[in-house]
Design a protein around this ligand. Structure first.
Ligand SMILES: NC(=O)c1ccc[n+]([C@@H]2O[C@H](COP(=O)([O-])OP(=O)(O)OC[C@H]3O[C@@H](n4cnc5c(N)ncnc54)[C@H](OP(=O)(O)O)[C@@H]3O)[C@@H](O)[C@H]2O)c1
Length: 341
């Protein structure tokens, strides 16, 4: 069988690099194009990433016509506002697109404009895009031409709450997530600034309803229960390159034991290849997931307060970005979901 041809646009960024690492070892894929801006044009990939292994790929300046002719699937590892200009052009030319930015994750152009401060120039595609969280939308992802790959914080929080939301076990007004991200979560430029100015600092940012992942988290949690949910979300950065940990608190509507809660989560995710629920008494850490596509979840009921505490961890660059993007590609093209991951 001939290999699927994949293009990576945004090859010089963190998620572009991770996509390349995964796709070069994917047995069903040939990376046919890697593209960036003119500053990286003609640069051999081996020069850009000396440890990447054998490849003769050379970075190209993005030419949509030329890339679309040579790719069945295009990964856009670009900043928001850039993707919504480019994705529709690839779709018109018949390529299927996995977009890693936030540009197609929200269903409403008004909500996008409010949180991203920019008028969405491709609002018709917001309705057609499928939110790329396989654990929620696997069937729709299969036939999607445009997959909006989820944000990293939303992945930890949605997966951390999905079983109790489906079972109607928590007070929907009580959800709080205290979440911590490795610094690569903010892209290469911010990382360079962080190392030069404040490493090794741990700090909160964009607190009290200010982070742009909030509408995405609330949109998806609300769709699960069919009612509006508002959450309190406190993001932090911590002084590691990668990894993400969310501690998620919610009030239980009825008394359940930790053993029952763990059992519920284990059963719920029993057929999911990339979500692992730890046994009672065990909690996951960043080291359990870095360099993997897993989301690992540990939980405990606080019997004193009647709260459920869920710890949900991922590698922000893999299950939080490029790993999940390849998982989505596998689903879209009928390849075993775990291939390459
Ligand atoms: N990092 C994460 O953990 C993570 C997780 C989930 C989702 N995401 C999302 O994935 C996307 C990529 O993130 P990243 O961390 O890889 O970012 P990054 O390291 O900053 O890389 C961004 C890439 O986009 C290119 N680019 C920047 N501005 C551009 C423009 N105006 N036109 C064309 N290309 C442009 C950059 O090229 P130059 O090198 O030439 O600047 C670079 O290749 C973002 O939308 C981000 O929100 C990231």
């Amino acid at each position: 069988m001939s290999k699927l041809k994949a293009a990576i646009v945004g090859i010089t960024g963190y998620t572009g690099e991770e996509l390349l690492k995964i796709l070069l070892r994917h047995p069903g894929v040939e990376v046919s194009v890697v593209a960036g801006r003119s500053s990286s044009e003609n640069k051999p990939v081996k020069e850009l990433y000396p440890s990447i292994g054998e490849t003769s790929l050379v970075c190209e300046n993005l030419d949509i016509d030329s890339v679309a002719k040579r790719a069945d699937v295009v990964f856009l590892a670009l900043p928001h506002k850039v993707s919504f200009e480019i994705a529709p052009k690839f779709l018109e030319k018949g390529a299927r697109v996995v977009d890693l930015s936030a540009d197609f994750r929200l269903e409403s152009a008004e909500v996008y404009e409010k949180w991203y401060g920019e008028k969405h120039t491709a609002p018709a595609h917001l309705k057609k895009a499928v939110y790329g969280l396989p654990e929620l939308y696997r069937a729709k992802i299969k036939n999607a031409s445009l997959v909006a790959n989820p944000g990293c914080y939303p992945t930890t929080i949605i997966l951390g709450l999905l079983p109790v939301l489906k079972e109607g076990l928590i007070d929907l007004s009580s959800v709080i997530s205290d979440s911590k991200s490795g610094i690569s979560g903010a892209g290469r430029k911010t990382v360079a600034e962080y190392y030069s100015s404040e490493h090794p600092n741990l700090r909160a940012y964009n607190i009290a309803g200010a982070h742009r992942h909030i509408p995405e988290i609330e949109q998806e949690l609300s769709k699960i229960v069919g009612k509006d949910i508002a959450i309190t979300f406190t993001p932090h950065i911590f002084p590691e390159e990668r990894g993400m940990l969310s501690s998620i608190y919610s009030n239980l509507k009825k008394k359940i034991s930790t053993a029952e809660a763990v059992q519920l989560y284990k059963e719920f995710y029993s057929r999911e290849p990339f979500v692992e629920v730890l046994s009672e008494g065990k909690l996951p850490g960043i080291r359990d997931v870095v360099n993997t596509n897993y989301c690992r979840i540990g939980l405990k009921v606080d019997e004193r307060t009647g709260r459920l505490v869920v710890i949900s961890v991922i590698d922000n660059l893999l299950k939080g970005a490029s790993g999940q993007a390849v998982q989505n590609m596998n689903i879209m093209f009928g390849i075993d979901e775990k291939t390459g991951l």
